[in-house]
Design a protein around this ligand. Structure first.
Ligand code: NAP
Ligand code: G4F
Length: 344
């Protein structure tokens, strides 16, 4: 039976990936790290926790990584484990680099030293394009990273390319643009918006406090992107691929569409730090700007060109931003109505 090892299985992408790989009949092993409470919320929500094998693995411990890979001998590895929150990387640059760069170095070295016959997928990111040098961004666009997170991911990206060229390791990079879902972490802006709007609607919560409303992102739907990851890792030849939708929206527009999907009548007024959004019907303040959420340096614009993966592997997005916004808003309203504990 085909065996897959996923680092970061408890995160958004890891959960959807495990679900899709189980549906293909694969044996799925997920690595978890020590914590006081297991973070199985997303896997439980998909109803797959009992179908998975878990092994304890801290990406930053080389001996741990080499022992796990020796014992499991997977056919495919997906390295999704990361310190994935950009704002946090400014506070914790060493930790971010340790996990995101050295963690992947540990995996590649473990494969090389043991001569493992497997394909490995690295979770690269559109953040690497940073202050973009051309538009839209594709596999040939130079990187111009704007955060310690993006620098750590760019270093890991080049490391994968180097181990592919130097040692013939089947290492691929998926350069994924932002992708969201009902299982997205609540600190990322889309889910922060939909989860807090649902609380505001159902329980009279406070206005959502946001940072850079002008920021532009190319947002896609996570299950679509995870299907692309599998195509990349199972391709005959290891390579680098962009996954994106080639459409863009601002944070402000995402907020407006989510508020409309929740049944509010949002209108923005004011400028800069004084900008806010009010519901025309109820006069409720829905959102305010808070300096706390601005980054020391931000990525203001991203738009991906996914033509290489469409041409070579037949991938294209299936869920529009409007459909995704409605799914996320409906899921969070349901979540608040049912009084679910916030396990993710
Ligand atoms: P996520 O929800 O934040 O999940 C991150 C995962 O990494 C969690 O399972 C977490 O485990 C694990 N992890 C953190 N530190 C670790 C360590 N030291 N050792 C082992 N595992 C560790 O992220 P995601 O959105 O699913 O993204 C998956 C990957 O794709 C990440 O590498 C991210 O940087 C990258 N990416 C994401 C996007 C996006 O838009 N979502 C776009 C491009 C690239 P715990 O549950 O124990 O915290
Ligand atoms: O949702 P975000 O935190 O995502 P960001 O920084 O683009 O990173 C995500 O996508 C990357 C792919 O490009 C991944 F590699 C990474 O792991 C992560 O999944 O912020 C999106 C934009 C930023 O410009 C941010 O400044 O929204 C802006 N924003 C405005 N107000 C906010 C807020 N972001 C957050 N998280 N919270 C706010 O209140």
């Amino acid at each position: 039976m085909t065996k897959v090892l996923i680092t970061g299985i408890t995160g958004q992408d890891g959960a959807f990936l495990a679900d899709q790989l189980l549906a293909k009949g694969y044996e799925v092993v997920g690595t978890t790290r020590r914590g006081s409470t297991p973070k199985m919320g997303r896997l439980d929500r998909l109803g797959i926790t009992h179908k998975l094998k878990f092994v304890s693995m801290e990406l930053t411990e080389f001996s741990n990584v080499i022992n796990v890979l020796r014992a499991e001998k997977p056919d495919y590895i997906y390295n999704l484990g990361a310190q994935s929150f950009v704002l946090d990387s400014f506070e914790h640059p060493h930790l971010t680099s340790e996990i995101n760069y050295h963690g992947y170095l540990n995996i590649l070295e473990a494969i090389k030293i043991q001569g493992l016959d497997c394909s490995v997928y690295q979770a690269s990111t559109s953040e690497m394009y940073g202050d973009v040098l051309s538009d839209p961004q594709n596999e040939d666009t130079p990187f111009n990273p704007m955060s310690p997170y993006a620098v750590s991911k760019a270093a890991a990206h080049y490391l994968g390319r180097n181990y592919r060229a130097a040692y013939g390791i089947k290492a691929s990079n998926g350069i994924l643009f932002n992708h969201e879902s009902e299982l997205r972490g609540r600190e990322f802006v889309t889910r922060k918006i939909t989860s807090q709007l649902a609380i505001l609607l159902e329980q009279q919560g406070e206005a959502v406090k946001l940072g850079n409303l002008d920021s532009v992102r190319d947002w896609g739907y996570a299950p679509d992107y995870v299907a692309g990851m599998i195509l990349i890792n199972e391709a005959k030849v290891a390579s680098d691929y962009v996954i994106a939708t080639n459409t863009v929206s601002t944070v402000r527009n995402f907020f407006k569409s989510s508020a409309i999907a929740a049944g509010f009548s949002p209108v923005f007024d004011g400028e800069g730090i004084n900008e806010r959004c009010i519901c025309k019907k109820s006069s409720k303040v829905l959102c305010e700007v808070d300096e706390k959420y601005f980054r020391p340096s931000d990525v203001n614009y991203l738009r991906g060109d996914y033509s290489k993966i469409e041409r070579e592997l037949g991938w294209s997005p299936t869920v529009s931003l409007e459909e995704m916004t409605e799914k996320m808003m409906a899921s969070d309203i349901d979540w608040v109505k049912k009084g679910y504990p916030p396990s993710f």
